[in-house]
Design a protein around this ligand. Structure first.
Ligand code: ZN
Length: 77
């Protein structure tokens, strides 16, 4: 493990330390986890929008075409 300088007080601390033992400033990576969570939510949201605006209209369109085909077959067939 490497020793790094505390960004707040300049005390030499482990880069694995969650907080500075000298000044107590937190190096918790929860903000990083939060940003990863936000990225996941954005990706899920994009997938949801893709499904809602692309996949469902395409499926509905295909079903309508199939229904129209059945209708035409019944009327003219
Ligand atoms: Zn410090």
């Amino acid at each position: 493990m490497a020793m790094v300088k505390c960004s707040e007080c300049g005390h030499r601390i482990s880069d694995k330390a969650k907080s500075c033992p000298s000044c107590g400033v937190s190096y918790d990576n929860s903000s990083e986890e939060m940003s990863q969570l936000i990225v996941k939510l954005v990706v899920l949201g994009a997938l949801g929008l893709f499904f809602f605006f692309v996949v469902i209209p395409v499926v509905v369109g295909i079903l309508k075409l199939v229904g129209l085909g059945i209708f035409i077959t019944k009327v003219f067939g």
